[in-house]
Design a protein around this ligand. Structure first.
Ligand SMILES: [Zn+2]
Length: 286
């Protein structure tokens, strides 16, 4: 089993890296996985347009997981889920709410995800960095496990966070994240660092290099920027558990007050836009 984890603080384009890398025939990107354990998860939407409960990919995962760990796994994961939402506290050293039962469910979940995906790599993303470090490494210790880490100038990220109406106190989480990032940098495990400011300059080259390093087929997609809409169409069907977000397909208008200073490619505009507004407002999966 080969597993890739995208780590990054908010507004460092980690979700976009995941979506685009997931367009490779060798990679399955499933978004931020812990949403799958919410009580109302099956009522949520997948990027294929179907409800999670009706999507062939997620329905299969749900069926196999229920069979493996029992039907009440979501209830058992509640503590973990609530804990993740307070991860700012947990990374400061409080006891992490993942007991043996949680660990068993998570392990089964990833094993089944990988099995259903049928691709070389399973790619997952998270902002919950403490969780990734402590729990995922334990789960994947016997498997190939690599990180893709997106980093951005923390002041740029904070400004972007504040622009979106997040409170100043919450925006400080970005600084806190760097503490964990610094720890990750010391890991010997193979990792790929994506610097936000660099990959904007040449995103296509970035994917060419990364694909070579991972020994995967290069991801392909069509991307258009027209009349303030950005449309992205990966070359394959992708099932991202994007929650209620990406399903809002009606309006994907780029904020009118963006004035592009230089001639940028649609992909560069997309990268910048993802940090100016929620990703669901700008992406449109055909
Ligand atoms: Zn789907």
């Amino acid at each position: 089993m080969r597993f890739l984890m995208i780590l990054g603080h908010a507004h460092s384009s980690s979700t976009l890296v995941g979506i685009l890398l997931g367009a490779s025939p060798d990679v399955t990107f499933t978004g931020e996985e812990y949403d799958f354990f919410r009580e109302d998860a099956l009522e949520d939407y997948c990027t294929c347009g179907k409800k999670v409960g009706d999507c062939p990919f997620w329905a299969e995962v749900n069926k196999l997981l229920t069979k493996e760990v029992g039907p009440d796994f979501r209830k058992k994961m509640q503590n973990l889920h609530e804990g993740l939402n307070r991860d700012t506290i947990y990374f400061l050293g409080k006891k992490f709410p993942c007991d043996d039962e949680c660990m068993r469910i998570l392990e089964a979940y990833y094993k089944i995800l990988y099995q259903v995906s049928g691709t070389k790599y399973l790619l997952s993303g998270t902002k919950k960095i403490y969780y990734s470090r402590r729990v995922l490494e334990k789960i994947f210790r016997n498997h190939t496990f690599k990180y893709i880490i997106t980093v951005r100038n923390p002041f740029g990220a904070m400004a972007s966070y504040l622009r979106r109406g997040v409170s100043f106190l919450q925006s400080l989480r970005i600084i806190g994240t760097f503490y964990i990032m610094a720890k990750l940098a010391t890991l010997r495990k193979q990792r790929y660092v994506v610097k936000y400011e660099n990959w904007i300059n040449n995103p296509v080259q970035f994917f060419t290099d990364l694909s070579r390093k991972l020994n995967i087929q290069q991801p392909k997609w069509k991307i258009e920027y027209e009349n303030n809409y950005i449309t992205i169409q990966p070359d394959k069907q992708i099932h991202i558990f994007a929650g209620n977000k990406i399903r809002k397909k009606t309006k994907h208008v780029i904020k009118e007050d963006i004035r592009w200073k230089t001639e940028l490619s649609p992909l560069q505009k997309l990268i910048i836009s993802t940090t100016l507004m929620p990703i669901y407002k700008i992406l449109h999966f055909k």
